[in-house]
Write a protein that binds this ligand. Structure first.
Ligand code: GP9
Ligand code: MN
Length: 633
């Protein structure tokens, strides 16, 4: 008897193994997941296991008959989810997210072609469900349906926790802060598995839905009072100077201000930017205000003049909010065509979803570019090729356009091909900082080429070109090397000052005749009102936390996402207050009023995002639209 039991295979384990192997086969055949190492392949292989063990394991609480039924139904549902993803992927090259599923546009795109996307061979995906049905009907002698003792059950569930933590631990070594930053669906699926990813997506979704459902728009009145009281009228000398021109916004990857007008081994790091800033409006006290969402946060600040969220990337957590006041949406009404150029996977930072909400009409993503071994490095297409290949698209777009360009080569870990190296690496104990200079120099070169190509394509004269750095490239980990390069000790005061990024406004025919350098304190949150005023749009009634950088009434106050700030005279960072003139720490009292103001701004901005409050905003006054409340809650 004992012998017979030993040689039997538990039905539940058959279900687990079949689902597991199938999932892995579907990963390899239906999805295009890039694997770069054996470790990544191993993570991919084990990642479906924890979820499958858990969902299948629930059958242990049923009677024998119930368990059979439960296992068959569960296998079917799990397979169906997997299959739905595979079909969705064939069309969208992306994994399903709950909001995407309900996004009308997306699904109707799919509607007509769904049968085309399904193939008879797909039925094989359900083969294991059929096997389970056969086994449970005919109960062959090698299969055991016996229930497990409580002790064994406990062990089973404990081992699931162990497997999950092991998986998460391995994944974290591949991608630190995987869950809080949620970079990319592909990365989540690759590391945690498609099932865990869906659970994660559902949690995120219900959290945001709950916060949204609680909001009724009444908070907006208070926020709007604050914003109105802080409104800064535009400066007549600059208002409308670029009216009717194309707006080209170039996001300079990881470029910090310390490289501007600076040298590496006796050579300028950014020769072209140094030259062009002297034919432009140049802001030398302009800060990035990004959080965990990095590039995407800088884009969020640019288009909304709202702060990104404190945890995670707002592009992900609130990608389907109402953003009808975002620059791309409102600029459309002025006859502008809003587009984005970025040679990366479209789902990275959830861009494909939020760009729709922000109002971008076309996103030229990686599929719009010819990317091959020769023209790519590190994160993908090299910046020079990126700009060159973008020009023909630009020539086709109706003018005026609002075009955002997202560069990529100057991105950690700052790798570069020999032929693109115009300066030598630095020599310090930080490989990151050493390599930063050649890639920053390469980015500068790509901008030079972009300007030349714009001129050759006849696009230059009729455009205003705005360039800004998105976030730091060199983190505090490299302070020793940085202090060697800058020739001074890097304390928290200096670290905060190092968050300055270049910001250049170049208007052909205007700034080349009358360039100007501004030392006013500003940040990415100011880009929206600044750009709108330059092209002659009012912002009087806008929900915004930024101020026009040219306004004479500016408050010269910039808030970091962590609550730190900088004014003309003081700087507050990591709970310490500094006098900017002496760079010494001073009594906290001097900072107190601003600490409150910074906190208030961040809270108001968070309230707008978490409550999706812009859906209640009609552009002039707060109107509580009851029908919207009903349909949204
Ligand atoms: C990816 C690019 C870089 O598409 O924008 O993102 P980052 O890591 O800098 O946020
Ligand atoms: Mn970036």
């Amino acid at each position: 008897m004992k012998q017979a039991f030993k040689s039997k295979v538990p039905f539940i384990l058959i279900a687990v193994v079949l689902l597991w192997i199938k999932t892995y086969i579907v990963y390899k055949t239906s999805f295009d997941i890039t694997i770069e190492s054996v470790k990544q392949e191993f993570i991919l292989f084990i990642n479906p296991l924890s979820f499958i063990l858990l969902i299948v394991g629930l059958s242990l609480f049923f009677s024998e008959k119930g368990a059979k039924r439960y296992l068959i139904i569960t296998s079917f549902i799990v397979t169906f989810v997997l299959y739905a993803n595979a079909v969705y992927y064939r069309f969208f090259n992306d994994f399903i997210t709950i909001p995407l599923l309900f996004q009308a546009g997306n699904m109707s795109d799919l509607g007509g072609s769904i049968t085309e996307l399904m193939h008879p061979i797909d039925l094989l995906m359900f083969a294991d469900v059929a096997i389970l049905i056969v086994l449970s009907k005919w109960t062959p002698s090698f299969v055991s349906f016996a229930t497990w003792r409580p002790k064994v059950r406990k062990l089973y569930f404990l081992s699931i926790v162990g497997i999950f933590l092991f998986n998460l631990g391995l994944a974290e070594t591949e991608r630190p802060q995987l869950l809080t930053r949620t970079f990319d669906r592909e990365i989540l699926v690759k590391n945690l598995g498609t099932y865990n990813y869906h659970v994660y997506d559902a949690v995120l979704q219900s959290k945001t839905r709950a916060q949204r459902a609680m909001a009724d728009g009444s908070e907006l009145a208070e926020i709007q009072n604050y914003i109105n009281a802080n409104y800064k009228a535009p400066n007549d000398d600059y208002f409308g100077v670029a009216e009717g021109k194309n707006v080209i916004v170039v996001k300079l990857e990881s470029l910090q201000s310390f490289v501007i007008d600076n040298e590496i081994n006796g050579e300028p790091v950014t020769p072209f930017l140094n030259e062009i800033k002297n034919q432009s409006y140049y802001f030398n006290n302009f800060f990035h205000q990004t959080g965990q969402g990095k590039t995407s946060d800088s884009e969020f600040l640019l288009d909304n003049s709202l702060y990104p969220v404190g945890r995670g990337a707002v592009f992900f957590t609130h990608g389907t909010n109402d953003y009808h006041t975002a620059t791309p949406n409102v600029i459309k009404e002025e006859g502008y065509k809003p587009v984005v150029f970025h040679a990366n996977n479209k789902s990275f930072w959830n861009r494909d979803v939020i760009y729709d909400a922000l109002g971008y009409e076309t996103y030229y993503d990686i599929d719009s570019y010819d990317v091959n071994e020769e023209n790519s490095v590190g994160w993908g297409l090299k910046d020079v090729d990126f700009f060159q290949q973008s020009i023909p698209y630009m020539q086709e777009i109706d003018q005026p356009f609002y075009a955002k360009f997202i560069t990529l080569t100057n991105h950690f870990p700052f790798v570069l091909d020999e032929e693109d190296r115009f300066v030598d690496e630095y020599d310090s104990n930080s490989r990151t900082l050493n390599r930063y200079f050649p890639t920053a120099r390469y980015l500068d070169e790509s901008i030079k080429i972009f300007f030349e190509e714009l001129k050759a394509a006849g696009l230059y004269e009729n455009s205003v070109i705005i360039m800004y750095g998105d976030h730091y490239g060199i983190s505090e980990t490299h302070n020793d090397a940085m202090s060697q390069y800058l020739g001074k000790e890097i304390r928290p005061f200096e670290t905060a000052q190092l968050q300055r990024v270049p910001m250049i406004v170049h208007i052909p025919g205007v700034t080349d005749k009358n360039p100007k350098e501004f030392d006013t304190i500003g940040g990415q949150i100011d880009l929206k009102p600044t750009i709108k005023h330059l092209i002659g749009m009012e912002t009087k009634n806008d929900i915004q936390f930024g101020e026009d950088l040219f306004s004479e009434e500016r408050s010269n106050f910039v808030v970091f996402r962590d609550g730190g700030f900088v004014t003309d005279e003081i700087l507050y960072t990591k709970n310490a207050c500094y006098d900017k003139a002496t760079e010494q720490e001073i009594d906290q009292e001097a900072c107190d009023p601003f600490i409150e103001k910074a906190k208030k701004e961040l809270q108001y901005s968070d309230k707008i995002i978490y409550g999706d409050l812009l859906r209640f905003y009609d552009g002039t006054s707060i109107q509580l639209d009851e029908t919207k409340l009903d349909e949204n809650n």
